[in-house]
Design a binder for this molecule. Sequence first.
Ligand code: KIV
Ligand code: ZN
Length: 387
Amino acid sequence: MRRIKIFDTTLRDGEQSPGASMSVEEKVEMALMLEDLGVDLIEAGFPVSSPVQFEAVKRVASAVQKPIVVGLARCVEKDIDAVYEALKDRPKDKRMIHVFIATSPIHRKYKLRMEKEEILERIRRYVGYAKQFFDLVEFSAEDASRTEVPFLIEAYKTAIEAGATTINVPDTVGYALPDEFGELIKTLREGVPGIENVDLSVHCHNDLGLAVANSLAAVQNGATQVEVTLNGIGERAGNCALEEFVMILKVRKDKLPYETGIKTELIYPASRLLTHITGLIPSRNKPIVGENVFLHESGIHQDGVLKHRETYEIMKPSDIGRSSETLVLGRHSGKHALRKKLESYGIKLDEETFQKVFEKFTELADRKKEVYDDDLFSIVSEVLREP
Ligand code: KIV
Ligand code: ZN
């Protein structure tokens, strides 16, 4: 099994989700939860961007023990100084600076208005500058997946020579396809001098719904670290979802010889805490943490699950810390599920009474999307009161 580092950026890129901003106290609460969850690195914010961001990085750095705490900086002196000020009290092996500059043609031409040489010069200068204060330096080539490969190799080579200990490959706009992103990682593994001595990280966005697939392809081609957020929150369509990536490795360990340090039974509590803090509710069918993902409504599925859960479940709710109440009664439910539900409340009915309850239940279920437990109690008492 190869151990993959989990770099969590819920508090930085995740917080860049519209509507996800968190107070300093909320970030600290979330960081403590991420520590319990077992992430290896926590990117706590972008200190130069505001006093609240600065304070949050500082407070997270003093609150958590085990994870490496990371602060983001552009290739600009004042950004790097701000990260250092926020993290300077933390032991050197527990703090990291993440410096980035864009490398793709479109960013070079319109955003940075810089030639390739200038960009390489900035990488050399500012990774070197950051290295004076930090043992651990991550360098990201923003929009790496849309950068010419020979230039990307040059950029990473320059960063490693200047002291980077992790090189990160962002698919900034979620444009890559899994096979081409995997191929890119392999090419970098083979083509960047010194890469065997550093961590090779990936940071995938979800604009085409491929963030998790691209991260997985990267790991299968040699990436040693994956950048993720809880519930997949982040800029635009979000980032690679921690819970999806981690559970893929767990559920398909027959095919995927990789492990993480995540305590999966804390995934759901962590997801709920984030929802509670930000008010951003994952869609009901969001893999792993959505409300529907362990519910079975059709009669055939309910019957199967009641006979053996693995007929329609590839993981247990308890694997991610969820309760195992999985039957939702509705129009597609059959007699078996109804009987089980009633029995779970200790209600045992003779066959004739049960038949009447079932008829009333199907009438109601045709009118209502879901039949709640209270509805069932009313039906049962109504039937029992009938002469
Ligand atoms: O998406 C991105 O490119 C980023 C960088 C700062 C790594 O978030
Ligand atoms: Zn990002």
